[in-house]
Ligand binder design. Structure first.
Ligand code: NAD
Ligand code: MN
Length: 454
């Protein structure tokens, strides 16, 4: 036990939505001009930077993220996200549109881009601060007020963030953080009649449920970032050293608790054994340990239930007849440590080929040399479509594949390379609506058309 956090009640949501509504409609925030709003968000980013070691330490203790990664990615990218969206505040503009009307009347039609109202945000536990940042930054830049629920197992950086918004000088009611249970607090936020937009990141089943709640309550605008089982295609003409190093990152980054983690590796037959051996050699060198220790590569899984899920997932893989090459067990030390694991000979219809593990488990299968369209078909044979990757030195092949892969992101000769300026989000049952980039801003705006006759 590291600390105790109060569980919110449904009445807390109602109070938060009420003050958020007031702050939006009649408060100082609603009247603030866009450039001042941007300045406040920049100030918040500066404060986050001044507290980055503290935020990274809290994140490491609360989520098990390795401190060095928490500092660079969890906290580092969060700060960048606020700076990026702060810059958008005074660049939100509509257009002037020629409409087809006969004279003698003259017409002017223009559009305004407006915030929608109180915005609800519900996020998962894998990147607690970063998921908050991706949504909250775009949301505040667009001029909303926010009611956010962090995941129940990782509320701490969100609470520290709330403190920093007060220090930065955000008016009361603009940012509201409510830790609590999904089935109560998340549910109430998604069905609240005064919440007009919902941003959700989490699993596909909960996403479906939330979409229903948004529809039934008041037809809220909703965006969903859901699960993934991203394919990674490794061809025999790749830079093998890079494909090994980045393939490892694609699976083991943040102990596999990574939405875009490569859930299925397809390796061309002629390099399969070599690739596998090199990966296992590297996996053996990974240093498992205390996330606060600066030399640790691999920290504990987020919480007990998730660790148990990994144990079960691997047992299923073995039962189905996949070859367990390395790992597959809990590490015999206190805490929720799970061995980085490698499976091969995985068939497409196996559970471990289809279902997301969300843990440090590499799933490899072979494809016949040169069978480009065959492997593409297998890669696309999934209801998920979050990310994907390909390693080949053949640019034409890489571009052809990037055209064919049904996923919101395609990495070529790299992986995990997300950026605050580049739109991020899934296809198919990985959801819809983007985070990051200009497109994310659009998720939090509505367009009003104004026509004048003169
Ligand atoms: P989850 O769906 O179980 O929970 C996500 C959030 O929803 C939590 O805050 C939870 O409390 C809340 N919730 C649960 N029931 C609810 C309900 N009925 N109404 C409203 N809210 C409710 O997901 P998780 O286990 O926290 O996170 C892991 C999942 O998130 C994985 O599937 C992963 O792929 C996905 N994920 C996706 C992305 C992405 O960008 N696509 C990023 C990170 C994680
Ligand atoms: Mn925790």
């Amino acid at each position: 036990v590291i600390c105790k956090v109060s569980l919110a009640q449904i009445s807390d949501v109602d109070r938060a939505v009420a003050v958020a509504k007031e702050a939006f409609e009649t408060g100082e925030w609603g009247r603030m001009n866009a450039r001042d709003r941007g300045r406040l968000i920049y100030r918040l980013a500066d404060l986050m930077e001044q507290h980055q070691e503290e935020l990274a330490t809290i994140e490491a203790i609360d989520s098990g993220a390795v401190y060095t990664l928490a500092l660079k990615t969890h906290v580092g990218m969060s700060i960048q996200t606020f700076r990026y969206f702060a810059g958008w505040c005074d660049k939100i503009q509509g257009s002037t549109i020629p409409i087809n009307q006969a004279r003698p009347n003259h017409n002017l039609t223009f559009t305004r881009r407006e915030p929608i109202g109180v915005c609800g945000i519900v996020i998962p536990w894998n990147y607690p601060l970063m998921m908050l940042a991706w949504k909250t930054a775009a949301c505040l830049a667009a001029g909303h007020t926010v009611v956010l629920k962090p995941a129940q197992v990782t509320p701490l950086t969100a609470l520290k963030f709330a403190e920093l918004t007060v220090k930065a000088g955000f008016p009361k009611g603009v940012v509201n953080i409510i830790p609590g249970a999904g089935s109560l607090i998340g549910q109430r936020i998604s069905e609240h009649p005064d919440v007009r937009k919902l941003g959700f990141t989490g699993s596909t089943p909960v996403g479906k449920h939330i979409m229903k709640s948004c529809a039934v309550s008041n037809v809220k605008k909703v965006s969903l970032e859901l699960g993934g089982k991203s394919p990674l295609l490794i061809f025999n003409d790749c830079n093998l050293h890079k494909a090994v190093r980045m393939g490892m990152g694609a699976v083991f980054f943040n102990k596999g608790e990574n939405c875009i983690a490569a859930g299925r590796l397809f390796v061309e037959e002629s390099i399969h054994d070599l690739y596998l051996n090199k990966v296992v050699e590297e996996v053996k060198k990974m240093k498992i340990g205390d996330p606060l220790d600066r030399s640790t590569d691999h920290g504990p899984q987020n919480h007990r239930a998730h660790l148990d899920k990994m144990v079960e997932y691997c047992a299923t893989g073995v039962q189905e007849g996949a070859t367990l090459v390395y790992g597959g067990k809990q590490v015999p030390r206190p805490g929720f440590f799970f061995e980085p694991t490698v499976f091969t000979d995985v068939q497409d219809d196996m559970f471990i080929a289809r279902e997301e593990s969300f843990g440090p488990i590499m799933i490899i299968s072979k494809f016949a040399d040169g069978d480009l369209d065959g492997v593409l078909k297998r890669a696309n044979n999934t209801e998920f479509g979050l990310a994907s990757g390909v390693f080949t030195q053949d640019l034409s092949k890489a571009l052809y594949i990037s055209e064919r892969l049904q996923a919101g992101t395609v990495f070529i000769n790299t992986y995990n390379k997300t950026d605050v300026a580049a739109p991020f989000g899934g296809f198919k049952q990985s959801g819809f609506g983007k985070d990051l980039g200009e497109e994310a801003l659009n998720e939090y705006l509505r367009t009003k058309t104004v026509t004048i006759e003169y």
